[in-house]
Design a protein around this ligand. Structure first.
Ligand code: 13P
Length: 269
């Protein structure tokens, strides 16, 4: 179990590792992947798998009783009604989802999702008992222009504006777009700088910001996870490609467990 002496735990920040399968998987390979993941646990970190909608019932059955939670990759900004092709947050709750990713850069860019739309999705997710994982992140051009901080603060401020102090109930994932699926990872120091900016912004909105989990995403793998998790404001990861391979994903979950147990030597306040 997690050591009560660890400062991170004292702050209530149990590391969280979330697999974002994106539009991948088959019913057969999902069963194999989840069986292998179950077998490599339990972990001293919270672990969750966000699968495509049609697989939710299967994934729930595979993970029931394992301690590993599951979720979805998006939800509608509407309550149930005449919205062809959409999936409501209340439906995800019916399938036992713990998390729902909102505002992933692939949805922002491929589906023109605005900051306010993402905030509305987060609001509905919370209203139905789900934890929204709100993604923020800059393009390479924005990083090169020196506007990273402004971009992520703008994205997060729409969510803060909508949720008010309830923003403390969300998880934020910083995913620099140039690091997603490219094999390029933000250095732990680059990621930490943005995470500390985000935590400061959250602290201005909620006294509970110190307890909130901020994840890093973008080419996280078994080789770089430990150093990322050693940063004081990085509380876990949102993992794409590596979450499709049981050995790689469980290695990342183990790195998060080590961080929870304080074996990276970090001290959090
Ligand atoms: P990769 O880990 O494949 O870079 O994807 C990151 C991501 O987009 C997770 O949401």
């Amino acid at each position: 179990m997690v050591s009560p002496m660890n400062a991170q735990v004292t702050a209530g920040r149990l590391p969280l590792v979330v697999g974002n399968w994106k539009m991948n998987g088959t019913r057969v390979t999902n069963v194999e992947l989840l069986a292998a993941l179950r077998a490599s646990g339990p972990f001293d970190a919270e672990v969750s798998v966000c699968c495509p909608f049609p697989y939710l019932a299967d994934v729930a059955m595979s993970l029931q009783g394992s301690g590993i939670t599951w979720g979805a990759q998006d939800c509608s900004q509407h309550e149930p009604g005449a919205y062809t092709g959409e999936v409501a947050a209340v439906m995800l709750a019916e399938f036992g989802c713990r998390h729902v990713i909102v505002g992933h850069s692939e949805r922002r860019s491929q589906h023109a999702e605005s900051d306010t739309l993402v905030a509305e999705k987060a609001r509905l997710a919370l209203a139905h008992g789900l934890t929204p994982i709100v993604c923020v992140g800059e393009t390479l051009a924005e990083r090169d222009d020196g506007t990273t901080e402004g971009v992520v603060k703008r994205q997060l401020s729409a969510v803060i504006h909508t949720l008010g102090h309830c923003v403390s109930q969300i998880v934020v994932a910083y995913e620099p777009i140039w690091a997603i699926g490219t094999g390029l990872t933000a250095s732990p120091q680059q990621a930490q700088v943005v995470h500390s900016v985000l935590r400061a912004q959250l602290a201005a909105a909620s006294t509970r910001a110190i307890e909130m989990r901020l994840l890093y995403g973008g080419s996280v793998n078994a080789g770089n996870a430990q150093e990322l998790f050693a940063q004081p404001d990085i509380d876990g990861a949102l993992v794409g490609g590596a979450s499709l391979k049981a050995a790689d994903f469980s290695a990342i979950c183990r790195a998060a467990s080590h961080a929870a147990l304080g074996s990276t030597g970090k001290s959090r306040t």
